[in-house]
Design a binder for this molecule. Structure first.
Ligand SMILES: [Ca+2]
Length: 312
């Protein structure tokens, strides 16, 4: 009877038996969880027994399943894992040690978008689609080798349709297109998706600016921060993510305006001005490597007349 029960359990939850081991206080339900958007748009999850010390030799899996138009955002508020080197805040190697692995699904395959160990706080990640998986691994060790209590981790999750962009008007919930009109606000801010966390992969976002025609308004964009993975000329051939600009409507490129990527912009590149009242900023990420993206300000102003100094 016991044997058949054990077989049944091993069939039902292969991930537990292959690697996991639970101490008396850690039940499987604490450690293997699926969060579905239909059951709640946000919440928290933690390592077993948080903020008490977690046991060694276990693997936990937290799976997130959103609706098709949603992205999963996970924010690690506090991470304190067992780490042998002195500088846990700047770990160099996260394999064969307690770690948190964040995975996404790309055309059916699981891909890592983050592997963390040691200590960190406020790390924010976003999936390129409705799935995400977080694996917490604690390596088997002698209990006596633990020198200090390690809390594990505490994180928040959200199922979002706004790509983590909080200004402008989103055209449609599943599209990363945000419109900023002069009528609504003469100036403001906008960011890459999931800022200040890494931007999601395979994502294109458009920021559409509409000034007043009669006033002959133009818009001026100023990048306060800029970190977009890529090398010049920031094209798909160089496997680059990019920020590009257009004075024209949808699907017409503007060849006179150069694409931006990398993590250094000259003073000249930092400020971009439109020809007329209509302007588009296009952010595009590919399926490899991520970065923080950008934070920018915009300001509508009259084309003629004295130019105001733009705030930094
Ligand atoms: Ca990339």
């Amino acid at each position: 009877m016991l044997l058949s029960l054990a077989i049944l359990i091993s069939v039902l939850s292969p991930s537990l038996t292959s690697k996991g081991k639970y101490s008396e206080n850690d039940s499987a339900s604490d450690c293997v969880k699926t969060f579905k958007s239909e059951e709640g748009k946000e919440g928290t999850f933690t390592s077993p027994r948080y903020p008490e010390e977690y046991s060694s030799g276990q693997q936990c899996k937290y799976e997130f399943i959103g609706n098709p138009e949603e992205r999963v955002q996970v924010i690690f508020e506090e991470v304190q894992l067992y780490y042998i080197s002195n500088d846990a805040k700047d770990p160099t190697e996260c394999t064969s040690i307690d770690s948190i692995r964040v995975q996404i699904k790309d055309e059916g395959d699981l891909k890592d978008i983050g592997l963390f160990c040691g200590e960190m706080d406020n790390r924010q990640l976003m999936s390129p689609n409705q799935f995400m998986e977080v694996i917490f691994d604690s390596v088997e060790r002698e209990e006596s080798s633990i020198k200090a209590p390690f809390k594990g981790f505490k994180a928040r999750y959200k199922f979002l349709t706004n790509f983590g962009i909080y200004t402008g008007i989103q055209d449609k919930a599943d599209k990363c297109i945000f419109t900023f009109t002069s009528r609504q606000a003469k100036s403001g801010m906008f960011t890459s998706p999931n800022y200040p966390g890494d931007y999601p992969r395979n994502t294109e976002c458009q920021y559409v600016f509409k000034g007043e025609m009669e006033e002959e308004e133009i818009v001026q964009i100023h990048f306060l921060t800029f970190s977009v993975e890529g090398i010049k000329p920031c094209t798909e051939e160089t496997k680059s993510d990019s920020v590009s600009f257009s004075n024209f409507g949808f699907r017409i490129s503007d060849r006179k305006m150069s694409k931006l990527c990398g993590n250094f912009l000259s003073t000249h590149q930092r400020t971009v001005t439109s020809d007329g009242p209509y302007f588009r900023v296009i952010f595009k990420s590919n399926s490899v490597y991520d970065d923080k993206g950008f934070e920018a300000s915009y300001q509508f102003k009259k084309k003629k007349g004295h130019s105001m100094r733009f705030y930094e």
